[in-house]
Design a protein. Structure first.
Length: 103
């Protein structure tokens, strides 16, 4: 999110986003910072809430809460699924563009 006291399209190049009424600034984060805009990075991922709910359900059903720190980040089977295009629901691979790039 970029904050400004003047309309952003009057100050930097923008283009229409995929969602009506939304616009994309054609500058990267470094250019925005160099221009001294007030920039706020918001990370709102519904999947984090879903993950917490899943952990709660597993604990309710099994009596044990999974320890996510014990998951192997180099699990070849996970990467095989992602490469096969079966990544829906994988953290930070949820948008159609990201899913397409993962294939």
């Amino acid at each position: 999110m970029i904050l400004s006291d003047a309309p952003i399209p009057e100050m930097v190049p923008v283009r229409a986003g995929a969602i009506a009424g939304r616009y994309i600034m054609d500058w990267n984060k470094d250019s925005v910072a160099d221009a001294n805009f007030a920039k706020i990075d918001l990370l709102s991922l519904p999947v984090l809430d879903q993950l917490e709910e899943a952990l709660d359900l597993i604990e309710q059903l099994s009596g044990t809460r999974p320890d996510l720190s014990q998951i192997d980040p180099e699990d070849d089977e996970v990467y095989d699924l992602i490469n096969a295009g079966q990544a829906r629901g994988v953290f930070l691979l949820q948008s159609p563009a990201q899913l397409k790039m993962a294939q």
